[in-house]
Design a protein around this ligand. Structure first.
Ligand SMILES: *Cc1c(COP(=O)(O)O)cnc(C)c1O
Length: 399
């Protein structure tokens, strides 16, 4: 072994001196100018920029209605409210996702039921969803993991047969498509996040899209305490009176956040193209690397590549995923893990009695996965650094 091959974690020279993050926002002068104009306007919270952003977002995903809220988690919560989820109901969620996908069910006093995932794609397995339907099931939440759309056709079949709703958690998948259908126009309700690592950011924020006028109206009320009219409607009617008709929340998003989200949205096509280009470079480089496999991609879909996730071939390595994780971090590559199975978190074990063995594929694959850096301003040189670090670490740990 030459000196250059010594892993940084063992005292060798790292591939990079400064850490390359796994994800990062891109803010330009147009974003800054839009926020600063909003700050100097008459509105800080809900004003004309919220409505303008909602219209632009609905147009971008091909949905009749978009309702903007304060986070992706609030978007999921509002979608559960619109779908009529309440105590005694069950909602099927994939075992591998961010905790918020299951939490929104628990917020409604309902029970999340965990379905296993396809180990090649980490997308929810429609057959396991069908197997977990009971007379109490009201909805399934489809997570477009990493930015790849789920098998909505198969899920739609299961949902149609059992008269349950399909709610999309597309927090990873803004800009993804199934054939010519855009994510956001496929499920009954679809939630998106505007967190800084996602495709379009407002700092914090979220959006729900739907074709239902009634759902959109109920979610607009839900984000404003369940009050039937908003401030502007009362001003126009010349009255101070209002009725609170539902138990809602303050899930409003501000006008200056929507100013940012609107200029960000305009850059979505370019940033998606760059994410896909980075994925193509990774795919090509990893064909000749024996110790890992990128997640499989489905035929006929356009992937939005929020994340680039690989599975380590642990039977060919002398290290665990956590050891590879530590070695990659030491090389200056900000790898991450998405996600530990949700049903194994202490809260779910205690509150819902979940346990290891419920979703065997999810539990097995969760030990093999590693998320590599992916964001639109990554340079080709950054991509080369990641490939060099993967190759170096792989060589050191190959059996
Ligand atoms: C980011 C994310 C959320 C939550 O979004 P926030 O805006 O952070 O509240 C929910 N589900 C998934 C799959 C996510 O990636």
């Amino acid at each position: 072994m030459s000196e250059d091959d010594t892993l940084a974690i063992h005292g060798g020279a790292p591939i990079r001196r400064t850490m390359l993050p796994y994800g990062r926002q891109s803010i330009d002068d147009a974003d800054v100018a839009a926020v600063s104009a909003a700050l100097r306007s008459d509105w800080l919270t809900t004003g004309p920029r919220v409505a303008a952003f909602e219209e632009a977002f609905a147009h971008a995903v091909g949905a009749p209605h978009a309702v903007a809220v304060s986070s992706g988690t609030a978007a999921l919560h509002a979608a559960m409210f619109a779908a009529g989820i309440g105590p005694g109901d069950e909602v099927i969620v994939p075992a591998v996702t961010f905790v918020a996908t299951a939490n929104c069910v628990a917020y409604r006093g309902a029970k999340p039921v965990f379905a296993d995932v396809n180990p090649e794609t980490l997308l929810v397995d429609p057959e396991d969803v069908a197997a977990k339907v009971t007379p109490r099931t009201k909805a399934v939440i489809a997570v477009d993991f990493a930015g790849q759309p789920c098998d909505y056709a198969a899920l739609g079949h299961v949902a149609g047969r059992n008269r349950i709703a399909v709610v999309g958690d597309a927090c990873h998948a803004l800009g993804a498509r199934v054939a010519s259908d855009r994510v956001g126009s496929i499920a009954d309700l679809t939630a998106f996040s505007l967190h800084p690592v996602k495709h379009v950011t407002a700092g914090e924020g979220g959006v729900v899209t739907t074709a239902s006028h009634d759902h959109a109206k109920r979610m607009r009320r839900f984000r404003n305490h369940g009050i039937a009219t908003d401030q502007q409607e009362r001003a126009e009617a010349g009255t101070w009176r209002y009725d609170m008709v539902d138990l809602g929340f303050n899930y409003r998003i501000t006008d200056f956040q929507c100013a940012l989200a609107t200029t960000q949205l305009a850059k979505l096509p370019a940033s998606l193209a760059r994410r896909r280009e980075i994925a193509r470079r990774y795919d090509e480089a990893f064909v000749s690397v024996a110790c890992l496999h990128p997640l499989a991609t489905r035929q006929g879909v356009e992937h939005a590549y929020h994340l680039y996730v690989v599975r380590l071939a642990l039977d060919r390595l002398t290290a665990t995923r956590d050891e590879v994780f530590a070695a990659m971090r030491a090389e200056g590559i900000g790898v991450n893990v998405h996600y530990a199975p949700v049903h194994l978190h202490p809260y779910y074990r205690t509150a819902f009695g979940t346990h290891a063995g419920l979703c065997p594929a999810a539990e097995r694959v969760a030990e093999e996965i590693l998320t590599l850096p992916m964001f639109p301003t990554m340079t080709d040189g950054d991509v080369d650094d990641v490939v060099a670090a993967v190759t170096k670490v792989g060589r050191a740990y190959i059996q």
